[in-house]
Design a protein around this ligand. Sequence first.
Ligand code: 3HC
Length: 291
Amino acid sequence: MDVDRVAVIGCGTMGHGIAQVSAQAGLNVLVIEQSTEALARALERIEKALDRLQSRGKLDSAAVVRDRITGSTDVATLSDRQLVIEAVDEHLETKLDVWRSVDPVLGPNTVCATNTSSFSVIGQAMVTGRAEQFIGLHFFNPVAVMNLLEVIRSIASSDTAVATGQDFGRRIGKDIVLAPDRAGFIVNRLLLPYCVDAINAFESGFGSIEDIDTAMRGGCGYPMGPFTLLDFVGLDTVFTMTEVMWTEYADARFAAPPTLRKLVEAGFLGRKSGRGFYDYASDPPRAAVHR
Ligand code: 3HC
């Protein structure tokens, strides 16, 4: 199915980027948020990103792209959408609640997609009455910059639904990989053990937070060291991934190290809370965890 009308439910870090790139690709985009305040913040965030692109000569008209986006707090407005992408917080119950509430409103051919780091796609699909039309679309942060889109086929996804996800991904300019419905898919299956092991290395005295980050940037050419990346992704999200992947694989490579657990218990969730492995009150940020 050629998608012209897409919806993004949840317009935070990931959702606003998905809405933005979809509108830039010429699609008609509906964003759904929980409250009018959250919706206004989300639309403002998209406008700022579009204005920035225009001011740097990377977009002809921010206004034309912005006009393709409408917002609502009412899920009934989803009824004409061909593709609905959920991008709410990485809490399984929240995602399931979203699917339960929107499923009855959607048209019979609508394809549903979850943007999740590690939760089961089929587990979410089964709370809807359309498991065959349900796929995963896993985006990467920042969505407007990262080239990849993982398209996830569940055990019940139809060929049509998967092809719809792939066509949509190509239309918004992403490189597509087809990934299995296994916790973490491809990228997080490889990225999480690396990040967990960086924390383990720190805990066992291999180096400071800054030195490990400097080592992996300079030694491997990674754009961010592992602790900067962990803070960037959000430590609550990473912690949830460890729980989901530990449960699925029972492999110590996915087990949350104590420091990660304590940071999350303290509410130090990374950049979004102002403190994680680094303290973002200072410029440049200073390491905030010491052995
Ligand atoms: N939103 C939109 N654009 C952004 C951005 C953001 N948040 N941050 C940076 N950019 C753009 C800048 O405007 C700039 O564009 P330009 O080249 O056209 O001028 C470009 O990206 C480069 O930005 P900067 O020069 O400011 O900074 P960097 O060169 O350090 O790049 C970065 C920033 C792109 C974030 C880079 O550090 C990077 O690639 N980091 C790794 C990010 C990563 O690994 N993401 C995946 C995380 S895992 C994930 O998301 C999966 C989930 O399930 C956990």
